[in-house]
Design a protein around this ligand. Sequence first.
Ligand SMILES: Cc1ncc(COP(=O)(O)O)c(C=O)c1O
Length: 442
Amino acid sequence: MNTHRSLAHVWYPCSQMKDYETFTPLKIVKARGVYLYDAAGKRYIDAVSSWWVNLFGHCDTGLSRALSSQMKKLEHVIFAGCTHEPALAYAEELLRVAPEGLSRVFFTDNGSSAVEAALKMSFQYWQQQGHARQRFIALTGAYHGETLGALSAGGIKLYRDVFAPMLMKVRFAQAPSCCNCPFGKTPELCGAECFVFLEKALEKEGTDTVAGIIVEPLVQCANRMNMYPAVYLQKLRKLCTREKAHFIADEIAVGFGRTGKMFACDHAAVTPDIMCLSKGITGGWMPFSVVLAMEKIYKAFYAGHAKNRAFLHSHSYSGNALGCALAREVLAIFRRRAIIRNMAPAVSLLGTLLAGLGKIPGVVHMRQTGLIGAFDLVNPTTGRPFDPRKRMGLRVARAAIQRGVFLRPLGDTLYFMPPLTIREKELSTLVKITGTVVRDTV
Ligand SMILES: Cc1ncc(COP(=O)(O)O)c(C=O)c1O
């Protein structure tokens, strides 16, 4: 029996527990800015924003103040039959910055629950319109969370295969694959020719049977940071409008500045019918999420009691006042500190640093969207992918952790998604250390 205390009773998520026998979880005792600190005082750059949630560095004082102030007034109240100022104000403030046309905020409590609510909302909308639109289309490699509805719309075999018999039927369209474009296009010449796969999937499914098409705009993060251009989203908006299917944007990972704009859909200047937000929504402080919807969707649920049209989707912590207060403060910080404008130099520096990293033998498919950078590792001699059993990505990440950079690989893909407030010096250190360990390990 393993007697290490961190392994004695706790079962960690997304982990093969046996792996921890050789590399126990880092025990973090405090965190400030981009740094995590262990008990010995060693610090680590949080290169992955603690699973993409942290926006402004750890223990931000504005968020700390907002939370403690709200704690003294109201921590939580049932959000059906009761309401409160933080939720009302947050809905107003969020809609001011959200893509134009979204007008309703439905509160959920984590990313997966937001996706569940979005799918159910779309499904029930069509029921109440008297249409038999019951199917969803998603992209291969998609990740929308791991509850059963969200997992059904997920295209990553690793997560879905074992649960396949429990999942609802979703049709998958081949996702964009810009590192290996099937049409041989370069980013400059790309007109999202691969959108044809989605059109074909819709055609096959039957245009009048599809309730919605769900995508992660611009970056399929869990799919090894698979990035694609905004023109794809423009085509999707047009298609959904023409065929009357809901465009469901899962901006849970890419929302709140990660891509260099407030929301990834802003790059395409499109408004989805339904949009899911979580992760950075509270700056990484609390589980919280929302589903935004257009007015036409909301209206389909608005009727006399006898019609039984209410959206009966509820979570105990829906509209949590502490979450709302934090989420409001996140928006206030974006405004007060002009985060989007001020992150531009870091975005550009990341581009320069990645170009340098891309010269290391064994590093391929360098890609960047906003402050997200990613690359793949291949055998430098053959140029071919490593045997997955070698677990090269994991080896590099472990070596980086030993040198003070917390990386978490996606197979043999390594990526950076640091807090938006990372300083240029910290970014340089992060990429430099990664370069060193890649050279030493691959
Ligand atoms: C795009 C996307 N959607 C949904 C989720 C699920 O969010 P949560 O882990 O909070 O359930 C994630 C989590 O990584 C995600 O990246």
